[in-house]
Design a protein around this ligand. Structure first.
Ligand code: NIG
Ligand code: FE
Length: 410
């Protein structure tokens, strides 16, 4: 066999495939990985490596699948720094939203922003994601809340992904908040989402999401909107059980959602419904930290066998956190995950949350998304050396679909 591109002498390769041996992260010491046609074609011990057209020496480095950030609101304009101060002063996130601030203040700024301005902001955020080793990002709309602005956000998300090289999956979130022009007319806004926004975004979105919560949407409204999205060919996901318990996680499970996200108020019935349906739990410790919230029931999720993913929830208000490695560390410190669970949460399980099982691991046939990271000076080449430190890690090499997208200047 001759591969197109061969990565040799990787100190430790974490394949996320326990079936290859090497514990829960499928670690291969002294590894090589070969790619053909953008996919993983060979993986194993360096001494057995096949011939190759091009070879990259990876001595001193850790290899991992490209990281997956499965929940972001990365396209926005404006600032919410003043709201941060308001919340430090005791105001509640939902009260600020109910008073027309929070998400709605970002809606005003994002509606007003031109497509070029919005795209420059999104590209900058995506370049920073790529430098960390993130090769796949989910981006939601939800700061437009009208057909033109929602479509604008989703176009910007996809165009920014194309420009930077990160694989972007998009989610229509017209049901993020009731905009001010529909205050007191919720029923009419739900109708507007289904009849006007949804047709404007079909073809621009992969998923549909609803924020079910106090100050946002009810369970009944969510079911109508999600069913309309499913009928239009979008896959459902849900912002569930964040500020108040609503039963949204069980709804997500019942509708075949790929994930239910947040889950700070999740109950046992919700855990069991998710386990039975194979719904991934996407936990967002950045939002938990910034809203000074308590953690979701991790032990119950683990006991029920619900796959756990971790994501940044990058947005200007509840989680202005762009660093997925920081999120992995917070997953350990504030949610009680093990290092292995945290790393699976930003790779294999994050890919499952997006319904993309070819991503987030490095078995033969998987997508050719590989990153190489040098451990901090003096640390062994293990993932714990990265997760122990709070963020700031940069990939030295980033490969997406078999193409080298980024190589750190030496
Ligand atoms: O996932 N909780 C609702 N939506 C976002 C927050 C967006 C915002 O505050 O702008 C979230 O945390
Ligand atoms: Fe969110």
């Amino acid at each position: 066999m001759t591969v197109d591109l061969l990565f040799r002498r990787i100190d430790n390769l974490f394949t996320m495939q326990p079936d290859l041996g090497g514990g829960p992260l499928g670690r291969i010491e002294g590894a090589a990985l070969g790619l053909i046609g953008g996919r993983v074609a060979w993986v194993g011990a360096d001494r057995d490596a096949p011939d190759a057209a091009q070879v990259v020496d990876c001595s001193g480095m850790i290899g991992l699948p490209g990281l997956v950030d499965a929940h972001t609101h990365m396209v926005w304009a404006g600032s919410r720094a003043a709201e941060f101060e308001q919340r430090l002063g005791g105001a509640h996130y939902s009260e600020i939203l109910e008073a027309g601030g929070g998400i709605l203040s970002t809606v005003r700024a994002t509606r007003a922003a031109g497509e070029g301005e919005l795209r420059a902001l999104a590209e900058d955020r995506l370049r920073r994601a790529l430098a960390q080793g993130i090769t796949t990002v989910e981006i939601k709309s939800g700061y437009g809340l009208d057909p033109v602005s929602e479509a604008k956000m989703l176009r910007v998300a996809r165009a920014a992904g194309e420009a930077v090289g990160v694989r972007v999956l998009t989610t229509f979130l017209g049901a993020h908040a009731v905009p001010l022009e529909y205050r007191g007319r919720r029923e009419a806004y739900v109708e507007h989402i289904i009849a006007e926004q949804l047709p404007a975004v079909v073809g621009l979105a992969d998923f549909i999401d609803v924020y079910v919560d106090r100050g946002a949407f009810t369970l009944e409204e969510a079911e109508r909107i999600l069913r309309a999205g499913i009928a239009a060919g979008l896959r459902p996901r849900v912002h569930a059980e964040q500020v108040e318990y609503t039963g949204a996680a069980a709804l997500a499970a019942r509708l075949g959602a790929t994930s239910a996200d947040h889950l700070e108020r999740l109950d046992q019935a919700g855990v069991e419904a998710m386990a039975a349906a194979g719904t991934v739990a996407v936990l967002l410790p950045g939002a938990m930290l910034y809203l000074r919230d308590s953690p979701p029931p991790v032990e119950a999720l683990r006991a029920a066998g619900v796959p756990i993913a971790l994501a940044t929830d990058l947005n200007p208000g509840s989680s202005p956190v762009a660093d997925l490695w920081t999120i992995a560390t917070l997953g350990c410190l504030s949610l009680g995950l093990t290092v292995e669970e945290a790393v699976l949460g930003i790779t294999r399980n994050a890919a499952l949350a997006l319904g993309r099982p070819a991503l987030g691991h490095l078995g033969v046939g998987a997508a050719g998304d590989l990153i190489l990271v040098r451990p901090p000076l003096g640390e062994p080449p293990l993932v714990s050396s990265l997760v122990q430190r709070l963020g700031g890690h940069r990939a030295e090499v980033v490969v997406r679909d078999g193409e080298i997208l980024w190589r750190a200047p030496r």
